[in-house]
Design a protein around this ligand. Structure first.
Ligand code: GCB
Length: 856
């Protein structure tokens, strides 16, 4: 429990009738902003990023310089004060000027920093503040590269802090944090050490400290004159109220710096802290306050749809609340320290935290790079030290991935890279332990033995594996095998899964999920399997899903371009099915949820049943269909599966377990009758795919593909297109000028025809196509000289005939529209009966991504 703010204010006011509080005020509003490559400036509010839009367009997002400026009035009566500018975070190299004088520089995009302004200010006047920021690629600043966007800007709150001339130190790596250490905690006693530093103005000073317990009662106090600038005060708390995810008890420390002559409070420092102890045991897993606790949760990036990384604190809070509500007890702030509020929120909500520095994918051997990395770790630790939620300091993520995936690196260079990476890991480990011996160091590895053979995996206390079995490497079941092998080979190493999970798109729905189809169903299947395999292994500390939310990654071309879609919720935080699955699996209050928010229309074969998955934390689930028929099923792995005989039409399905219920309305259609009902029902087919594609803009459903049979519809000949060297179903590239990417990405290649056994009538036929091969030739075949050139593989062209009428001659998608470009062509015909669209190859194989047939 957090100490209520009202109480906290009361404590402040009551103890400080002789005023002179520290002023901390956000100066976020009304900055003039000018981007290096633009002539016009604009007025912006902080948090701000200049990449919140262009990171989601074609081409590279702007990485360069941006300048913020503003006049700030400084009152005359602050002239006996010290004044500071405090950045909670700005990406990634900052220079600040006051009245054209440089007041400070900072390197790194994810930690806080403070510049003192006092001597540069004109009191009683407006002062010109200019902040120059640069997010260009810089070989000396981590991260060098990563699967997320390095949005530039002052993207966290900016504050003006005003203190007495004598004050608790604000500048330096800790950015104002005074350390509250809990070197020894047990149920009976917590030893607390308050360590800090003050800036004096030569006067005598008195330090008054009080500690209040989670109910607000004072449990300790201290009042002595201060003999030096550094202080270290020991406290003891009997029978401390321990902090844990179930009971996040927070103590409050208030420290006042006092002028002994006048009794005036010159500065105040306030911080929460918590009492808990923990260990990571290679056999028993994670142990908190003496009890084993399986760490289950998610990673979280800090960006949000349309905002980039410039998100308000309310969104940070909402995210972590959603993570807590899902039943998680663990979070990894991958891949960098997040907003200071995030850790306060995790303290309050009760989430155990792995926080890390952004040393990702690759390192350089430059002294500056190493120094910056180490500095970031020191800043992270010194700034976030007091948060009881933090249990792991992360030092690196998948540091050999670039090395492993780059071809033809000479052996000597490989060795040098390994050497400098190991050296940096050792430096980071040493810096971590120098500053904090009470927490565990950790690093995240990708699935490769190089981490073992290089010795780097022996450096930290705990190892996190980022494991993508069933996605980047085959076989969900290989997870357990891999973990057992590691555990046997390295029995002293506490193990975690620091990342896992496939990409999913709430527009892709199927009952027959496959790896890389981006369906919600495959995501669910994969998470269930991972949870089962980790839960049955006591030695595993736990697991963190990749990722809580979809996030921006400009290099990605998945089914939604520029977005990593492995989130349990969408980029706008709309939950996917799997989010509710975690809730059923991890929470204790009665919970029931019928999966398939985006799968309410079921277009099935007449002989098929409607398959429903219901998530619940009870043993059995009852289903009431259309308020009449009742069915029951037992729950395995928190899922009850139902197969329902439902007639075409609308149905309401209510699931009940314990005291709770959940209703989903379904619309059932029979595929076979679509043909007969063509007059009322346009037919839309997601050609080349086993999944339905639900167009979230139009509400249209493009149903999964099938082979042709009489009285029905379907393809004749060909095969599902699979790009060589890619695991993706279809093409792993963004399709331009469409929002229906997955519809175009999956396709049938080499088909001879597509047929519909429809009655006589007037029809409109839309064919959706895209050239999937980047190397496809745009050459006009008529310009080619020889036959051998003409049959070259790079050329794809074909004729299309509808009911025998030639509607396209030598259609070359690359030439006529460009590669990876969505092409939609409509034809109107009068048909005497069945409609047959014939594809005749001229060069290469014809392709088709989607087909829509409407009776006019
Ligand atoms: C990883 C990385 C993470 C990526 C993720 C993915 O292992 O650590 O930064 O985003 O895989 O989705 O590929």
């Amino acid at each position: 429990m957090k100490l209520p703010y009202s109480l906290f204010l009361f404590l402040l006011i009551s103890s400080s009738f002789l005023h002179a509080q520290r002023i901390e005020k956000a100066i976020n509003s009304g900055w003039e902003f000018q981007l290096e490559n633009q002539e016009e400036s604009t007025t912006v509010n902080i948090p701000h990023s200049w990449n919140s839009e262009d990171a989601f367009n074609d081409g590279a997002y702007f990485r360069g310089k941006g300048t913020y400026s503003k006049e700030i009035f400084i009152p005359q009566d602050w002239n006996d004060k010290a004044v500071f500018l405090k950045f909670e975070g700005a990406n990634q190299f900052t220079k600040a000027y006051v009245n054209d004088q440089l007041v400070g520089e900072h390197t790194g995009g994810y930690t806080s920093f403070v510049f003192e302004l006092t001597e540069h200010l004109n009191f009683g006047q407006a002062n010109q503040v200019r902040i120059e920021l640069d997010n260009s690629h810089n070989q000396d600043i981590p991260p060098l590269e990563a699967d997320f966007n390095f949005y530039g800007g002052i993207y966290r709150d900016l504050q003006l802090v005003v203190t007495g001339k004598s004050h608790f130190t604000l500048e330096g790596l800790g950015a104002g944090t005074q350390l509250i250490k809990t070197p020894e905690v047990s149920e009976n006693l917590a030893k607390v050490k308050f360590e800090g530093n003050v800036v004096t103005s030569g006067k005598d000073l008195e330090l008054q400290v009080s500690i209040n317990d989670p109910s607000g009662n004072q449990v300790s106090e201290y009042d002595e004159s201060l003999n030096s600038e550094d202080f270290s005060i020991d406290f003891e708390i009997d029978n401390p109220k321990l902090w844990s995810p179930d009971d996040p008890n927070l103590y409050l420390l208030t420290a006042n710096l006092i002028d002994p002559d006048s009794g005036e409070i010159l500065d105040t420092y306030i911080s929460n802290f918590g009492c808990r102890w923990f260990e990571a045991d290679p056999e028993k897993g994670f142990i908190l306050n003496g009890k084993p606790i399986k760490l289950i949760g998610a990673n979280r990036h800090q960006d949000f749809e349309n905002m980039g990384n410039a998100v308000p604190n309310s969104i940070h809070r909402k995210d972590y609340q959603m993570i807590k509500d899902m039943g998680a007890n663990f979070i990894r702030t991958a891949h960098y320290p997040q907003d200071p509020d995030v850790y306060r929120i995790c303290d309050e909500l009760g989430l155990l935290v792995w926080t890390e520095v952004p040393v990702i994918n690759d390192v350089t051997d430059s002294e500056a790079y190493h120094q910056n990395a180490v500095n970031m770790q020191k800043e992270q630790i010194l700034q976030l030290y007091n948060h009881p939620s933090i249990v792991f300091w992360g030092i690196m993520n998948e540091i050999f991935i670039r090395l492993v995936f780059t071809r033809d690196i000479p052996e000597a260079d490989q060795k040098a890279k390994i050497k400098t990476s190991v050296e940096l890991a050792e430096k980071l480990e040493a810096a971590t332990k120098e500053l904090d011996t009470t927490r565990l160091s950790v690093m995240a590895l990708h699935e490769n033995d190089i981490y073992n053979t290089s010795g780097i995996a022996d450096i930290t206390d705990v190892i996190g594996w980022n494991l993508y079995f069933g996605w980047y490497t085959p076989g969900l079941k290989n997870l357990g095998k891999f973990l057992d092998e590691q555990h046997q080979k390295y029995p002293d190493r506490p193990l975690l899964i620091s990342e896992y999970g496939p990409g999913s798109d709430s527009r892709i729905q199927t009952n027959d999920p496959k790896p890389w189809d981006f369906s919600e169903a495959y995501q669910l299947k994969s998470h269930v399997s991972y949870l089962n395999q980790v839960m049955e292994r006591d030695y595993m500390l736990g697991m963190a899903a990749w990722n809580f939310a979809d996030f921006g990654s400009s290099g990605r071309q998945d089914s939604r371009p520029y977005i990593n879609q492995k989130g349990l919720v969408n980029f706008d935080r709309e939950p996917k099915d799997v989010y509710y699955y975690y809730k059923a699996r991890l929470t204790e209050d009665d919970f029931v949820y019928i999966a398939g928010k985006n799968f309410e229309t079921r277009i099935i074969d007449k002989s098929e049943k409607v398959k429903l998955k219901v998530f619940s934390n009870s043993d059995r689930v009852k289903l009431v269909i259309d308020e009449k028929v009742e069915k029951e099923a037992s729950v395995t792995d928190n899922i009850a599966e139902f197969e329902l005989d439902l007639e075409p039409g609308e149905h309401s399905v209510k699931a009940m377990s314990g005291d709770v219920s959940h209703i989903r309305n379904l619309l059932v259609k029979f595929r076979n009758s679509l043909i007969a009902d063509i007059a009322n029902n346009p037919m839309l087919i997601n050609v080349g795919s086993h999944s339905d594609f639900v167009d979230d803009e139009t509400g249209e459903i493009w149903i999964s593909d099938q082979a042709f049979q009489n009285n029905d519809f379907g393809f004749v000949g060909g095969e599902v297109f699979q790009q060589s060297s890619s695991k993706f179903q279809g093409t792993a590239s963004n399709i331009k000028v469409t929002t229906k990417e997955p519809l175009f990405q999956t396709m049938r290649e080499g088909l001879q025809a597509y047929k519909f056994d429809v009655p006589k009538g007037q029809y409109r036929i839309s064919l959706l196509m895209a050239e999937p091969n980047r190397g496809a030739s745009r050459e006009n075949i008529y310009n080619l000289g020889s036959d051998s050139e003409k049959s070259s593989e790079g050329i794809r062209s074909f004729d299309i005939l509808i009911n025998g009428i030639l509607v396209e001659k030598d259609l070359n998608l690359a030439r006529d529209y460009g590669i990876l470009q969505a092409v939609e062509v409509e034809y109107k015909i009068n048909s005497e009966g069945p409609v047959e669209i014939e594809f005749r190859p001229q060069n290469g194989k014809p392709v088709l991504s989607g087909i829509k047939l409407e009776n006019l």
